[in-house]
Design a protein around this ligand. Structure first.
Ligand code: PXP
Length: 247
């Protein structure tokens, strides 16, 4: 299993003061030095955390350091003031992975996955174009149920990212039946030749359940890594996550 560290929260902290401190590049390099497999940014059209420039700079850094860059966001987000636009950004940076999320502009965080709707044919065309214009990036659809797996296959995605918000809540409530639900999603994705990523609300307490399930290509983790860094420091925190993942 690979670990992609989401650096959005470092951008959020930086933006609180308007200067370039803390510097995202510094923590990007540190995470790579410690052995993470990739970095993720999820720029929002209002630039409230990662900006378009951050995406361009960090994707250059990951290319130079030989790790993967994963850009997350809504492919229908158009250019808006300083925001370059989601598809426009992917054309510029040629990321290794593009994770599409159906988030609304004012949504606090990604809280649901894709489902069928009036956007279907436009999304399918966009996925085709995203692959073509980015030298065959792997395209992943954020999903939160088994129907989402069929939808991702229909849309031409290479991967699904399982939204693990409900999983994290259930584990927190000691409701382990969620494990079988996630396993069903994994098995169905395998049967359709889709690779499997997972993300949202993963932390040091729930991550090992996913590792034990097997067949997960990558987890993307942001919020808990920054919170845990307040306790343990960034380096020790990344090492703790890698220790669980590499078991
Ligand atoms: N995956 C997606 C699609 C997300 O939007 C986010 C949050 O930006 C994450 C994973 C990471 O979630 P968390 O910050 O809770 O680890």
């Amino acid at each position: 299993m690979k670990l992609s560290v989401n650096l959005n929260k470092i951008a959020l902290l930086r933006n609180a003061r308007g200067e370039n401190y803390p510097q995202i590049e510094y923590f990007a390099n540190k995470a790579i030095d410690l052995g993470v497999d990739g970095l993720t940014l999820h720029p929002r059209p209002d630039h409230r955390h990662a900006t378009s420039d951050d995406v361009i700079n960090i994707s250059k850094l990951t290319k130079a350091r030989g790790v993967e860059f994963n850009i997350e966001g809504n492919p229908f987000s158009k250019p808006n003031k300083e925001f370059i636009g989601f598809c426009e950004l992917t054309d510029i940076i040629k990321p290794e992975q593009i994770t599409l999320v159906p988030d609304a502009i004012d949504q606090i965080t990604s809280d649901h996955g894709w489902s069928s709707g009036s956007h279907d044919s436009e999304l399918k065309n966009l996925i085709h174009l995203l692959k073509e214009n980015s030298n065959d990036a792997q395209v992943s659809l954020f999903i939160d149920n088994i129907e989402g797996v069929d939808y991702a296959a229909e849309m031409g995605a290479n991967l699904i990212e399982i939204h693990t918000g409900a999983f994290a809540k259930a584990i927190n409530d000691k409701n382990l039946s969620i494990i079988d639900e996630i396993k069903k999603i994994i098995d169905h994705a395998i049967s359709l030749n889709l690779k499997i990523n997972a993300g949202h609300d993963l932390n040091l307490n729930n991550l090992h359940y996913l590792v034990e399930m097997g067949n997960i290509n990558e987890v993307s983790i942001g919020h808990a890594i920054i919170v845990d860094s307040l306790h343990y420091g960034f380096e020790e925190t990344i090492s703790k996550y890698l220790e669980i993942i590499r078991k």
